[in-house]
Ligand binder design. Structure first.
Ligand code: ADP
Ligand code: ADP
Ligand code: MG
Length: 668
């Protein structure tokens, strides 16, 4: 049977590495493409060859399809795998590949086009008999008509950009009075982000769950579905955790949804991997599903399907694109156990999920395991496109890695996820790892009480949670300092400068910055040899031992195993209960106090200025939105830090700014 000799992967990050891994296993050669920012990226080394295609911004590299096609031709590739995002759902690119004699590893351009716009795809699905959310998806966009339609559908409704994606271009509207303003703002975002302001309106489902069906078609007219994934845990309409199977799914509903998804695929003569997304309404009487959209590509969360089916979906994509029939028929497909995926992102959950950039100074992963049988499912899988030392730049999205676990039951998968997250240590930038642990531990997630409002509902246990207490953090930092000194001492016994005498009664002082204030901790040894740590009132007995597994710390009779990393003055502490960090002031090195930055308003991350809501001379109050910035594909509103008057605006919309750049000045 025909198979490609060489493919070009028109993507970056984890998905480029993921595709390369399967190609390698199938002995297919791979060509990477890369931007300036990705010259040393992991995906480049994961491939057999690589071609530079331009500047760091996607529009200068990963979206420049004429360069990508030229790279494929220059390297003699037979086919192009687009991954997800970038050009994966661009019908012109799919067509251009075909015109250049290259196989596009994805559906035909006509199917991408048919499913590209949400409104048109809903019109098509209506004809194919697939159930739709009550709503309006007509081409007449007269605002008065849209308002009447929303009133008819009944509130709450959701306005969606027809060309939208990635959770952008959506507005929930609670009442008729709010509709006109929400419509205008949705259309503005739609034209800016997607160049098309057409919208559709949907009834906002009650207690909605996002359940999607993985489908596959081949060029011979065969179709199968590979069961469902539940992606209800979301923030900003974007997925955070995904699992398969969907809790509470009955065999009858699974079959019905599978058949509806296959009908959707058949209606557009679909070939390859695709996902039909449904919104599922939960009422007292049970669950009702409605078609939402079809994604004509491999999804981020495809590994949970791989985990429960034991299949390699990228291998299926390659075989189908090479003209082979689907490897299995519907009756040959089986599910096994339960899988959960967590998206590990560079972001700050406690600060409205603001994306973060920085260097992965520490990047330690849980061990990937495969216990049961040699061909059994992997218990812990990590798909990533980074290594320790790599930078997370503002040019691309904020996903650092995907962590996928499998268990015989949901409970087992859940426990494995929690354990694996506790072993995932990232230092150097903010991530959502601890937040994900809190979600996994939350009552709603643990009991599978799922809907898209899970995160706001559980907010009080998800945000601003420190599970490692201050005394343990201080104890760990002190132990680390002593261990570091000990290893230096072994190297050079004359280099000690601290006056600390291990067997004497001298008290040793450490300084920490806690909640912005300096606080001292004292350490001494009692006559009986026990070490005591005091952080104010009562001294606590401290013991520790550095082992190959990490730091065994015993404070006040409580033992725990910790991993401790020092980066500059910050000590990062990871344990089974969570993670925390503490700033230890190096008394010798420290001089002066930071300058107060009064009256300045600076960019919290590198990105693009979208708009200013104020002009020079405006009086503003604390918390008032002043500017909108865009970074890592998301918009962020920047609010006034205090009451004042805007003195000067220092940038214009469209300007690219660095982190810390002063955007405007304010007078008190
Ligand atoms: P998936 O549906 O594969 O699980 P997501 O829905 O989270 O993944 O989003 C990933 C997909 O959405 C990718 O194709 C990504 O490029 C696309 N996407 C994300 N943000 C945007 C955006 N602002 N505009 C257009 N597409 C986006
Ligand atoms: P995108 O193209 O951005 O992925 P979708 O149409 O798939 O847009 O919707 C994204 C998310 O928005 C869904 O996963 C769901 O959480 C929410 N959503 C979409 N439609 C509805 C609806 N009718 N009712 C309630 N929530 C919805
Ligand atoms: Mg979607």
């Amino acid at each position: 049977m025909f198979m490609f000799k060489k493919i070009l992967i028109a993507n970056r990050g984890e998905i480029a590495c993921r595709v390369a891994a399967t190609a390698h296993r199938m002995a297919i050669k791979t060509v990477a493409v890369y931007s300036d920012a990705d010259a040393d990226a992991k995906h480049v080394t994961a491939c057999d060859e690589a071609m530079h295609i331009g500047g760091s911004a996607p529009k200068d590299s990963y979206l420049r399809w004429e360069r990508i096609i030229a790279a494929a031709q220059a390297t003699g590739a037979d086919a192009i795998h687009p991954g997800y995002g970038f050009l994966s759902e661009n019908e012109e690119f799919a067509q251009a590949c075909a015109d250049a004699g290259l196989v596009f590893i994805g559906p035909p351009a006509s199917a991408i086009k048919a499913m590209g716009l949400k409104a048109e795809s809903k019109r098509l699905m209506e004809k194919a008999g697939v159930p739709l959310v009550p709503g309006y998806h007509g081409s007449d966009q007269n605002p008065a008509l849209l308002q009447r339609e929303a009133d008819r559908i009944g509130y709450p409704v959701l306005i969606k950009a027809s060309a939208g994606g990635g959770g952008k271009g959506m507005r929930a509207v609670e009442s008729s009075e709010e509709f006109a303003a929400a419509l205008a703002s949705c259309q503005r975002e739609a034209i800016n982000s997607f160049g098309d302001d057409a919208v559709l309106i949907e009834k906002y489902a009650q207690r909605p769950r996002h359940i999607e069906i993985q489908i596959f078609g081949d060029a011979h007219g065969n179709y199968v579905h590979l069961f469902e994934r539940d992606c209800s845990v979301q923030r900003r309409h974007q997925k955070v955790l995904e699992e398969a199977p969907a809790p509470g799914m009955t065999e009858a509903m699974r079959q019905e949804m599978g058949e509806a998804a296959v009908a959707a695929a058949r209606a557009v003569h679909y070939v390859g991997a695709g996902t039909v997304e449904f919104i599922v309404e939960q009422r007292a009487g049970g669950m009702t599903f409605y078609f939402m959209e079809m994604n004509t590509r491999l999804q981020v969360e495809h590994p949970v399907t791989e985990a429960i089916t034991g299949l390699d979906l990228v291998e299926w994509q390659l075989r189908v694109a090479a003209g082979q029939p689907l490897p299995l028929k519907q009756v040959q497909l089986h599910r096994r156990g339960h899988a959960i995926e967590a998206r590990i992102c560079a972001e700050s959950p406690d600060n409205q999920f603001l994306p973060a950039t920085g260097t992965l100074q520490v990047y330690r992963q849980p061990v990937c395991t495969r216990f049961e049988r040699a061909d059994g499912p992997t218990h812990v899988r990590i798909d990533d496109g980074v290594r320790e030392g790599d930078a997370i730049s503002p040019y691309y999205d904020s996903m650092v890695a995907k962590l996928i676990v499998h268990g015989d039951t949901r409970e087992q998968a859940l426990a494995r996820m929690d354990q694996a997250l506790s072993e995932f240590h990232i230092v150097g930038l903010q991530t959502n790892v601890q937040f994900l642990r809190h979600v996994v531990q939350s009552q709603s997630f643990a009991t599978a009480d799922l809907d898209t409002a899970l995160i706001p509902r559980e907010a009080n246990v998800l945000f601003n949670q420190e599970k490692i207490g201050l005394p343990v953090a201080v104890g760990a930092a002190v132990a680390l300092t002593l261990e570091e000194e000990k290893s230096r001492e072994t190297a050079d016994p004359f280099s000690r400068t601290d006056g600390w005498c291990l067997h004497g009664l001298t008290q040793r002082r450490f300084e920490f910055e806690i909640h912005g204030e300096l606080q001292a901790a004292h350490l001494w040894r009692e006559h009986d040899g026990t070490m005591k740590l005091s952080l104010g009132a009562s001294p606590l007995p401290l013991r520790y031992e550095s082992t190959h597994k990490g730091l065994q710390l015993e404070l006040d009779g409580q033992r725990c195993l910790l991993q401790v990393y020092r980066r500059g003055e910050v000590v990062h502490v990871f344990g089974a209960k969570g993670a925390t960090q503490i700033t230890e002031i190096d008394l010798l090195a420290h001089a002066g106090v930071a300058q107060h930055e009064g009256g300045r308003l600076t960019a919290p991350m590198p990105g693009k200025v979208v708009s200013f809501q104020v002009k020079a001379g405006d009086t503003v109050s604390r918390g008032q939105p002043l500017a909108v910035m865009e970074a890592m594909k998301m918009e962020h509103t920047i609010a006034a830090p205090a009451d004042g008057v805007v003195a000067e605006i220092l940038y214009a919309p469209g300007d690219q700014v660095l982190e810390g750049a002063e955007l405007l000045t304010m007078a008190a």
